[in-house]
Write a protein that binds this ligand. Structure first.
Ligand code: EPZ
Length: 419
């Protein structure tokens, strides 16, 4: 099994360019089932995206991945469509469940494996099914699969989500595309990735309007012409490298191919901690921070501070002066990185949903392992600032979501290698 070996305490210099967003590309790929021919640019070449492409191929779409240009072309003109998302694909990548909405819209039926729990929580899909049922889908759960049907097509409805869910909002948007009449979705997630999906759906012909946390969709026709879309940048990758550079930048460190306006709350949080950030239109400059301050923060749906940056922020806070608290309010089990960080010398205690971090502490290299994508990258950050050598096991988690991680860091003079 592959491992990452990091020699810590090396300053980084130069610049990092941010890749396309994994979590925007996944629902857009699921939405491509609706179109005849789409060309999607700026897709990150990471494992989860390859799995979603495998799923589209399994369903019967034709895909052509142009790796050198980070582009995928997808056409859907086959008569042999499999309206099935099998367990073997959905179990490795939960976003597979997003084909449910598209398949129901286009083919009026779908059989999609239930994803099951994962390392960060139980992650049910009840809110997805709640929305689809409101749109008139008949749903049965049998043998670990969701069987959904809408023989006469779906019909518009007013749906208020009892709590905010990114995936359920996406599935509902995909299902509402051709639903008769008008659909109004209230209490939606409004992450930038959802706004990107809406942009893509509009290009496909959807009449969608977003206001606050409400989205209205009028019955729409799918355009037959070719649709081209450029995926937005990965704001979580950006946040990860902002944290790395605030601890390790030699001089001014540049991160480009981004839009700082989209990550206002992250920038505000880092500034409060004492990170020096110069913000420009499509890049930012980070300076190495001299003295970091403690902070109390709770993860929240966008525009709040993202759960997907919680583990990385925790590493930063091990270097801040005083006691910091992070409350994880999205997932029930997202502190799996804490025991590993403790093995590297971090002083972190968990009380219910809150991690209490005492800083500053000197981290020292160790052999560690992680259980999910963001926990893994937090260990990379810890390894980069720790004394001596850190060995990270189970790096397949990292490969699910960070494009060219070692290459990007090596180019900035970090000492990191895969063995
Ligand atoms: C998306 O997951 C992201 N994944 C996650 O990214 C991210 O952490 C999460 O949103 C929150 O921002 C993708 O976009 C592919 P949710 P999703 O539905 O859609 C509960 C990463 O590291 N819930 O907004 O699955 C759920 O258990 C990842 O890239 C229900 O109770 O998240 C959680 O507590 C991991 N019932 C909360 O809602 C449901 O039917 C938010 O989950 C659905 C969700």
């Amino acid at each position: 099994m592959q491992k990452l070996v990091i020699k810590g305490r090396k300053e980084i210099s130069g610049k990092i360019s941010i890749s396309g967003s994994k979590n925007a590309t996944l629902p857009i790929l699921a939405a491509s089932i609706l179109g005849d021919h789409v060309r999607i640019k700026n897709i990150p070449l990471v494992k989860d995206i390859f799995t979603m492409i495998d799923l589209l191929n399994f369903i019967g779409l034709k895909t052509k991945l142009i790796k050198k240009e980070n582009i995928i072309e997808i056409s859907n003109n086959s008569k042999n469509i499999n309206t099935l998302a099998p367990y073997k694909l959905v179990k490795t990548m939960r976003a597979g469940v997003l084909v449910l909405g598209s398949l129901l819209t286009k083919y009026k039926k779908a059989k999609v494996s239930l994803p099951g729990g994962c390392a960060i929580g139980t992650r049910p899909v009840d809110l997805h099914l709640f929305a689809l049922k409101k749109l008139g889908a008949k749903i049965k759960i049998k043998d670990g699969y969701i069987f959904a049907q809408a023989k006469n097509g779906l019909r518009g409805a007013k749906i208020s989500f009892p709590s905010i869910s990114v995936g359920a909002t996406e599935n509902a948007l995909l299902a509402a595309f051709k639903a008769k009449g008008k659909t109004i979705l209230n209490n939606c997630a409004v992450e930038p990735e959802i706004k990107d999906l809406i942009k893509f759906l509009k290009k496909l012909g959807a009449k969608i309007h977003l206001k606050g946390r409400s989205i209205s969709i009028s019955e729409s026709k799918i355009k037959n012409s070719k649709v081209v879309h450029q995926v937005i940048f990965d704001r979580i990758e950006l946040g990860t490298y902002m944290i790395a550079s605030s601890l390790l930048a030699k001089n001014n460190f540049m991160i480009d191919k981004i839009d700082p306006a989209i990550i206002r709350s992250e920038i505000n949080v880092l500034r409060k901690i004492g990170v020096k950030i110069i913000q420009k239109k499509n890049y930012i400059i980070i300076k190495k921070s001299k003295r970091l301050k403690n902070i109390n923060i709770t993860t929240k749906p966008y525009p709040g501070f993202p759960t997907d940056l919680q583990a990385q922020l925790m590493v930063l806070l091990t270097q801040a002066n005083g006691i910091s608290k992070i409350k994880e309010d999205i997932f029930e089990n997202r502190f799996m990185h804490v025991p590993e960080l403790r093995r590297m010398g971090a002083q972190i205690e968990i009380k219910d949903k809150t991690a209490i971090i005492k800083g500053p502490t000197k981290l020292t290299g160790a052999e560690v392992m992680a259980t999910d994508l963001r926990a893994s990258v937090s260990l990379v950050l810890a390894g980069l600032i720790a004394e001596n050598r850190t060995v990270i096991n189970r790096i397949y988690h990292l490969d699910r979501g960070y494009e060219f991680l070692e290459k990007k860091l090596k180019n900035c003079k970090a000492e990191i290698k895969r063995i």
